[in-house]
Design a protein around this ligand. Structure first.
Ligand SMILES: NC(=O)c1ccc[n+]([C@@H]2O[C@H](COP(=O)([O-])OP(=O)(O)OC[C@H]3O[C@@H](n4cnc5c(N)ncnc54)[C@H](OP(=O)(O)O)[C@@H]3O)[C@@H](O)[C@H]2O)c1
Length: 375
């Protein structure tokens, strides 16, 4: 994607310093990285809000004892608990969601409860508590959605924009940040391919031509925090991301990882399994209609709200009116993919939570947790 004039994305440090921040879904792949990066910026406190105490315990173990992090068990479906969680809070990052396409397809009522009603609850709690700003994490699957997950997240974006429009005299600024796949996140293809390679294959890829926008969680969250302070109300910030072909990703991982597990990479098969219900061959970051009311900066686009006032974003220029699809972008080459994986420590040296077979040959089901670094 062409780079355009920057709006001068101001430094993040000062903005978050001394703030009281709530991160819903703060134990997830995205939320926990939001927590990590925020803690480096000197907030007064970060409250981590999620349901599962074990994931909270693990994050606490990783971060160590510190007075500036609080762990709150709670569900975004529970308005009264959320009201308590936002008491005294300046900023909210909303990363709690159901994100798996097949799970949402099979359990659509649950997807609505978490992804739609959860956002409605958060809006109500934030307005009542006069929170300064709420930033909701969104996904490229909202652009022309073909599945329940994307549709519920699109509705969540619309609720956020509408909240901004209808808030009356209240000061809360509501914005969303939308991005594509996060490399190596929980339940994503990187850990899946990794496990399949460890077993000697086959590695299952949906389709030879399938493309995805893909970025490391560190890069994505850095931009999320930047967008978090640029919002003036009702915008959707879209992170520009490189595109890769999943087949190439699988091939690079097989070549690099198969020998580590004692397999000949030539013998680890990559097989095509076909699109699952609701899945697209290519993803879109932004539809043409959205592009018609969007601005462009160096690292991101800003879709201005459909209703209500549209704030100015100095330095940003009107985006080209076209569909921003992964199909139309030049995908990364295999060497670039390998470099990206190496940089993120996903080929053997970086921090990952892994499930490995006890011993090769003991059976595909025998997995155990083995720390946070590749041996
Ligand atoms: N990962 C990606 O590739 C990607 C790409 C684009 C956008 N996103 C978006 O980023 C957000 C976070 O994704 P992620 O990859 O971090 O997902 P994740 O790893 O599955 O984390 C989800 C987090 O939300 C919490 N959660 C789920 N349901 C909840 C509920 N009802 N109430 C409170 N907390 C709840 C989970 O903890 P508990 O289960 O303990 O509650 C967990 O902390 C989602 O909105 C997703 O659409 C992700």
């Amino acid at each position: 994607m062409p780079a355009r004039a920057c709006n001068g994305g101001a430094g993040r440090g000062g903005f978050y310093r001394g703030k009281k921040i709530l991160v819903t879904g703060g134990t997830g792949s995205v939320g926990s990285e939001v927590v990590r990066q925020l803690l480096a910026l000197g907030p007064e406190v970060v409250r981590v809000y999620s349901r599962d105490e074990t994931k909270q315990f693990e994050l606490e173990q990783e971060l160590g004892p510190r007075p500036d992090v609080r762990y709150l068990i709670g569900d975004v479906r529970d308005l009264s608990r959320l009201r308590r969680a936002v008491e005294g809070i300046d900023l909210v990052f909303h990363a709690a969601a159901l994100k798996h396409v097949p799970a949402c397809e099979y359990n659509p009522f649950e997807a609505v409860k978490t992804n739609v009603l959860g956002v409605q609850n958060l809006i109500e709690a934030a307005l009542d508590e006069e929170v300064e700003r709420v930033v909701a994490i969104s996904t490229d699957k909202v652009a022309n959605p073909t599945n329940t997950m994307g549709a519920t997240k699109l509705l969540a974006e619309r609720l956020m924009a509408a909240a901004n429009h209808c808030k009356g005299r209240r000061r809360t600024v509501f914005t969303c940040v939308r991005f594509g796949n996060v490399l190596g996140s929980r339940g994503s293809v990187v850990p899946l391919f990794h496990r399949q390679i460890a077993r000697g294959g086959p590695v299952t890829v949906t389709h030879q031509d399938m493309t995805r926008f893909m970025m490391s969680v560190g890069q994505a969250v850095k931009l999320v925090l930047e967008a978090g302070q640029l919002g003036r109300g009702g915008e959707v910030f879209i992170l520009k991301m490189p595109v890769l072909r999943l087949w190439d990703l699988a091939a690079v991982m097989v070549e690099a990882l198969a020998p580590r597990w004692g397999w000949d990479s030539a013998g680890v098969e990559i097989t095509r399994v076909g699109l699952r219900p609701g899945e697209k061959l290519h993803e879109e970051l932004m539809t043409e209609e959205e592009a018609s009311r969007a601005l462009e900066m160096d690292d991101m686009f800003v879709i201005l709200p459909m209703v209500g006032p549209r704030a100015r974003h100095p330095g940003a220029v009107p985006a080209q009116v076209l569909r921003y699809s992964s199909q139309d972008q030049e995908p990364l080459g295999r060497r670039q993919i390998r470099e990206m994986l190496e940089r993120e420590g996903l080929l053997g040296t970086g921090p990952v939570i892994r499930l490995v077979p006890r011993l090769r040959g003991e059976g595909a089901g025998a997995w155990r947790r083995e720390g946070r670094r590749w041996a």
